[in-house]
Structures are given as structure tokens and as C-alpha cells.
Design a protein around this ligand. Structure first.
Ligand code: FEO
Length: 170
């Protein structure tokens, strides 16, 4: 049985993963409207990945005899300044997610809930990968600067990266 404190923290995390999915969906849609097919593909996949992160938590809470809370969603922005702005926002968002996951891990140790502690290790390594990926993309964008040819290549690169994104949680 899940302790109340742990359940509350996991339900907050469910909300955060849902808001990540929604936020990246808005980014994907905006990128699609300005013709960045590869970037939008990558962000649609990323949004799906976040939904999978949310689902994994919902099922864990319920399987442990708790009750997952399905959250209301806040409307994300419809406009973004440019591509760099998108990935800066994405990295900033992921840093908040990492902090939240680290707080849950701390709480699990304090509450001696080693099952949830183990479960959360998957999220700890996922965050390392997501932060590294966002930084790699930002580095690419800063190299490209205003170069249109570079931007075309970047978009194609993201198309390839989208194919590598795993959304099955394995
Ligand atoms: Fe599920 Fe990108 O954090």
C-alpha cells in the first residue's frame, strides 16, 4: 500500500508529465505550421513519450493499491519566438522535471519506500538522456545560427532523431 505522502508526490508527477506532453504537443503543432516537418515529427514523438511517462506512473500508483489522479491541463502557448526558444523552453522544463523526480527519490528514502524508489530509477536515467538530448539540439542550433541551409539539415536531423525516440517505456 502506498503511503499518502508518496501518492501525493506521484500524482503531482503525473500532472507534470501530462503538462510536458501538452507543452511539447503545442511546440510540435507550431513547428508543423511553419513547415519544419522533421522538428514537428520529433516533438510529436516527444509528446507521446511524455504521455507514456504519465501512463507508467498512473498504472504504478493503481497497482500499488493507490488511486491515480487524472489532472486538468493548462493551455500551453500557441506561438513561439523561434526554434531556439522552443528548445530552451524544453530544456528548462526538463530541468524542473528532473528536480521533481529527485525530490520524489529523496522522499522515498525518507519514507523507506524502496519499491517506489526502485521504480523511480527508470525516470532518473530517462531524465539524464532527455537533458543531454535537449543540450545537443541547442548546441546544433547555436552552430547553425541564421544559416538557412543549416536549418534545413537540422530539420532533417530531427526527423532521423524522431525515428529513434522510444515511446514504449522499455
Ligand atoms: Fe517525462 Fe521529459 O520528462
Amino acid at each position: 500500500m502506498l503511503k499518502d505522502k508518496i501518492q501525493t508526490a506521484l500524482n503531482k508527477q503525473i500532472e507534470l508529465e501530462a503538462s510536458s506532453s501538452h507543452f511539447y504537443l503545442a511546440m510540435a503543432s507550431w513547428s508543423e505550421t511553419i513547415g519544419l516537418t522533421g522538428t514537428s515529427e520529433f516533438l510529436y514523438k516527444h509528446s507521446d513519450e511524455e504521455r507514456m511517462h504519465m501512463l507508467k506512473l498512473i498504472r504504478f500508483v493503481n497497482e500499488r493499491g493507490g488511486q491515480a489522479a487524472i489532472p486538468a491541463l493548462i493551455k500551453p502557448p500557441t506561438e513561439f519566438k523561434n526554434l531556439s526558444n522552443i528548445f530552451e523552453l524544453l530544456l528548462e522544463h526538463e530541468l524542473n522535471v528532473t528536480e521533481s523526480i529527485n525530490n520524489i527519490v529523496d522522499l522515498c528514502l525518507a519514507e523507506k519506500d524502496y519499491t517506489t524508489y526502485n521504480f523511480m530509477q527508470w525516470y532518473v536515467s530517462e531524465q539524464m538522456e532527455e537533458e543531454a538530448l535537449a543540450r545537443t539540439i541547442l548546441d546544433k542550433l547555436s552552430l547553425i545560427g541564421e544559416d538557412k541551409g543549416g536549418l534545413y539539415m537540422f530539420d532533417r536531423d530531427l526527423q532521423t532523431m524522431a525515428q529513434d525516440l522510444a515511446i514504449d517505456g522499455k
